[in-house]
Ligand binder design. Structure first.
Ligand code: GLN
Length: 495
């Protein structure tokens, strides 16, 4: 029989239904995987919650016996430590929240638990989700299972991508069956791409942001990371939906995304944006992109060239708007309301001491940038200008979607880089997001599917971008791409 940790969610649910194994057995297999020295060496978990998992698994078996099982009943998941979980420490990978225990549950995790999902623990990320490698975490970097059979001992330790680093690492290594991620500028899709897993950032407003620690509120979205497109469809259906506690969540029905899987892409028009062929592009990235386009063409889609003329402004616009919103969102960490407090002689000194000690370097850099672009003399020149260009970027997509149904692009500029690289020059790190930030600015959905391995043996994914609230077309195209690519490579460390 297949090892329980080798199952993806869809067949595991079948196994639970047909009583081939219980939720307790499935969960114990994943807890055992989580507790191996090799898995612990990845530093993927900030907080392991085996007791919660065991309790939830037992309850799941009882529900299944009573015939009341939900859509994800008994499925062990990793939860990004940006989602508030009631009574379970939630840190955002920041020292300033190292001891924060929420008294409430995020809407998305509540929906997952209501559907029967089991929580293995809270997983690592870049501090406040600011980064592309998982390396800014106050709890030390996550090491990719692609680094070697014992990731902590590998001579070249690779990043799993970021900010959803622990989500990508645990799913890729078969420690968790799926994970929640969040995506402000690419934090689901870039780690999915460099870790060889599937990740979808749905349309802005599709999932509730309530209870997810805010980074940049007009860009943040929740989404699943899984080992198959079908699993992503299942998880997203549970995670999505209107929530009156989030004024930006949209009251529109959530379709059954699994129905979009395996449909023919015949007649579907796939656009390749000419501006994504950037200067100095890694030839292997370009090659896999064209290979992916050929796969969709062979499956019956029509591939056309399109133009998104304002693409080159996306990164600078993102790195004005995201820090601006972050500087405002992070003002609440003042030593009074949450987490860390470092005493001082006066109130102002207490604020300064707390924030100086509590935030890491990248977070401080974002707060400074954000405060600068919002300051009286510079607001018009930077922030307002960036908001205007943001609209132009969105308009580019609206124009493009008059010609095509989905857009295919690379998801990351290259394969996983090593921990330590790109760390002295923030701009090098920011460039990791060049293919992903555009659609956060436009509010559109994007899915990343693993397509192949580069010559260095590391995974590469491709991104499909869709119209607002048309995740179904993305799932149809992504499942066609998944089928054609037949990506089955496993990392050297697999539980
Ligand atoms: N890497 C980008 C940043 O650092 C995006 C992060 C994210 O999507 N959370 O801002």
């Amino acid at each position: 029989m297949t090892k329980l940790t080798d199952l993806t969610i869809t067949p595991a649910l079948e196994g639970l239904k047909t009583k081939q194994f219980s939720a307790v057995e499935l969960t114990e297999a994943h807890i055992a995987a989580m507790e191996t020295p090799q898995a612990r060496g990845m530093n993927a978990f900030i907080t392991e919650t085996p007791d919660v998992a065991r309790r939830q698994a037992k309850e799941s078996d009882a529900r299944r016996a009573a015939g009341t099982a939900g859509d994800l009943d008994g499925i062990p998941l990793a939860i990004k430590d940006l989602y508030c979980t009631k009574g379970v420490r939630t840190t955002a990978a920041s020292h300033i929240l190292h001891n924060f225990e929420p008294t409430y549950e995020s809407t998305v995790t509540q929906k997952l638990f209501d559907a029967g999902a089991v929580m293995l623990g809270k997983v690592n990320l870049d501090e406040f989700a600011m980064g592309s490698g998982g390396v800014t975490s106050a709890f030390k970097p996550t090491i990719s299972p692609w680094s070697g059979s014992d990731p902590a001992k590998a001579t070249r330790q690779l990043v799993p991508g970021g900010s959803s680093s622990g989500s990508a690492a645990t799913v890729a290594a078969h420690v968790a069956m799926g994970a929640t991620g969040t995506d402000t500028g690419g934090s689901i899709r870039q780690p999915a791409s460099v870790s060889g897993v599937v990740g979808i950032k749905p349309t802005y407003g599709r999932c509730s942001r309530w209870g997810i620690i805010a980074f940049a509120s007009s860009l943040d979205q929740a989404g699943p990371m899984t080992r198959s497109v079908a699993d992503a469809a299942l998880m997203l259906r549970v995670m999505a939906g209107f929530d009156e506690k989030d004024s930006t969540s949209i009251d529109t029905p959530v379709p059954d995304y699994t129905k979009a899987l395996g449909k023919s892409v015949k007649g579907m028009k796939i656009g390749l944006p000419r501006e994504y062929r950037i200067d100095g592009m890694n030839p292997e990235t370009d090659a896999i992109w064209h290979k992916g386009a050929a796969m969709l063409r062979d499956a019956g889609a029509e591939v056309i060239e399109i133009s998104l003329p304002h693409t080159k402004y996306a990164l600078p616009v993102y790195y004005i708007i995201a820090p601006a919103e972050a500087s405002s969102n992070l003002a609440r960490y003042d030593g009074v309301r949450f987490g860390l407090r470092v005493a001082g002689e006066s109130l102002d000194e207490m604020y300064a001491n707390t924030r100086g000690e509590g935030f890491g370097k990248e977070v401080r850099r974002r707060i400074l940038t954000g405060t600068y672009v919002l300051s009286a003399g510079y607001y018009d020149a930077y922030y307002l200008k960036a908001q205007r260009v943001r609209r132009l970027i969105r308009n580019d997509f609206l124009e493009a979607f008059k010609q095509c149904d989905a857009i295919l692009t690379p998801a990351s500029p290259g394969t996983a880089f090593a921990i330590g690289e790109k760390m002295d020059d923030p701009v090098q790190m920011y460039l990791e997001d060049v293919f992903t930030v555009t659609l956060n600015l436009a509010g559109l959905p994007g899915i990343c599917v693993p397509v192949g391995l580069a010559q260095n043996g590391l995974p590469m994914g491709l991104q499909l971008i869709g119209r607002a609230f048309d995740e179904e077309t993305l799932f149809t195209a992504a499942s066609a791409l998944e089928k054609a690519a037949g990506f089955e490579a496993k990392p050297p460390f697999t539980a």
